[in-house]
Design a protein around this ligand. Structure first.
Ligand SMILES: O=C(O)c1ccccc1NCC(=O)[C@H](O)[C@H](O)COP(=O)(O)O
Length: 276
C-alpha cells in the first residue's frame, strides 16, 4: 500500500521540538501506511467510552484538592533514563493510591522510551482518566489514541498550525475525548484560546533549551480567562512549588520527572496533592 500524504506544515518550531517532530512525521507516515485511517477510525469509534478527564479535574479542585495529572515516563530528552525498572501498571496503582486525579502516559518511543502498551497497562490498572502524552500532528494519531484507550490528547501549539490544531480538536471532540492544549508564551496562549477546550496547559519547560522556569506559569496563568482551567506543567517538585502555581490560579498540575525519581511514588504524589 502507498504511504498516505502526510507532510509537516511550514511553521517555525523550536530546535528540540523540531527534531522530535521531523521523526514523528516519518513515524506517522509509516504507521498510517500499515493501518489505513479508515481502519484506525473504526477501532477508535468502537473503543470503550472515555473517562471524564476534565470533569474529574474540576471535582478535585471544587473539593479543595490539587488536580494532579501524574505522569508515567521512563526517559526524556532533558532527564535521560529516569526510571528503571519501569512498570506502568504498578505506577498507575501507586499514583491512584497517592491521590492523583488523572494520569499522563508517554507513548513516544524514540525520545521518551514510551509505548502504547504503557498507556493500555496503566489505564487497565486503575480507574483514572488518561492523557496520551505524545506529539500529535495528524488525525490518524487522534484515532489511534482513542483506539488504545486514551481519554485526553495533548495539542502543543508550538508544533501546530491553527487549522491543524482545530482539526485535531474537532476529531477528539467527536470521539468524546478531552483536549489539553499546551502553550509556552503569550502568542501561543492567544492562539490556544481560539480552541474550544477548557484545559489550557502552561509548559514551564522551554523546548529550545529544555530548561524549566516556574515563572512561565506565573506570567501566563493570570492571563487565562476564568472559564478555562489552567494547568501548570513541568519542573514542579515540592509542595512549595504547588503553592506557587496555585497562587497564580493553577490548581491543576502535571508532574512527571520528580515523581518518577521517587522510590515511593504514592507518598510523593500524596505530598503534592495535599500541598494546599
Ligand atoms: O521532558 C523533556 O525533556 C521534553 C523535551 C521535549 C519536549 C517535551 C518534553 N517533555 C514533555 C513534558 O511536557 C513533560 O513530560 C511534562 O510536562 C512533565 O514535566 P516534568 O514534571 O518536568 O517531568
Amino acid at each position: 500500500m502507498n504511504a498516505p500524504h502526510i507532510t509537516a506544515p511550514a511553521i517555525e518550531v523550536p530546535d528540540t521540538l523540531a527534531r522530535i517532530l521531523a521523526d514523528k512525521y516519518e513515524e506517522v507516515r509509516e504507521r498510517a501506511a500499515a493501518t489505513p485511517l479508515s481502519e484506525m477510525e473504526r477501532q477508535a469509534r468502537s473503543a470503550p467510552k472515555p473517562r471524564d478527564f476534565i470533569g474529574d479535574l474540576c471535582h478535585a479542585v471544587a473539593d479543595g484538592r490539587v488536580g494532579l495529572i501524574a505522569e508515567i515516563k521512563r526517559a526524556s530528552p532533558s532527564g535521560g533514563l529516569i526510571r528503571d525498572p519501569f512498570e506502568p501498571a504498578s505506577l498507575a496503582e501507586a499514583y491512584c493510591e497517592g491521590g492523583a486525579t488523572c494520569l499522563s502516559v508517554l507513548t513516544d518511543e524514540p525520545y521518551f522510551q514510551g509505548r502504547p502498551e504503557h498507556l493500555k497497562a496503566a489505564r487497565a490498572a486503575c480507574p483514572l482518566p488518561v492523557l496520551r502524552k505524545d506529539f500529535m500532528v495528524h488525525p490518524w494519531q487522534v484515532f489511534e489514541a482513542r483506539a488504545m484507550g486514551a481519554d485526553c490528547i495533548l495539542l502543543i501549539m508550538a508544533a501546530l498550525a491553527d487549522e491543524t490544531a482545530q482539526e485535531l480538536e474537532d476529531i477528539a471532540r467527536s470521539l468524546d475525548m478531552a483536549v489539553l492544549v499546551e502553550v509556552h508564551d503569550r502568542a501561543e496562549l492567544d492562539r490556544a484560546l481560539g480552541l474550544e477546550t477548557r484545559l489550557v496547559g502552561v509548559n514551564n519547560r522551554n523546548l529550545r533549551t529544555l530548561q524549566t522556569d516556574l515563572a512561565t506559569s506565573e506570567e501566563l496563568c493570570p492571563l487565562i480567562p476564568a472559564d478555562r482551567i489552567p494547568v501548570a506543567e513541568s519542573g514542579i517538585r515540592t509542595p512549595e512549588d504547588v503553592r506557587r502555581m496555585a497562587a497564580v490560579g493553577a490548581r491543576c498540575i502535571l508532574v512527571g520527572e520528580h515523581l518518577m525519581r521517587q522510590p515511593d511514588v504514592a507518598k510523593a504524589a500524596h505530598a503534592l496533592v495535599h500541598a494546599l
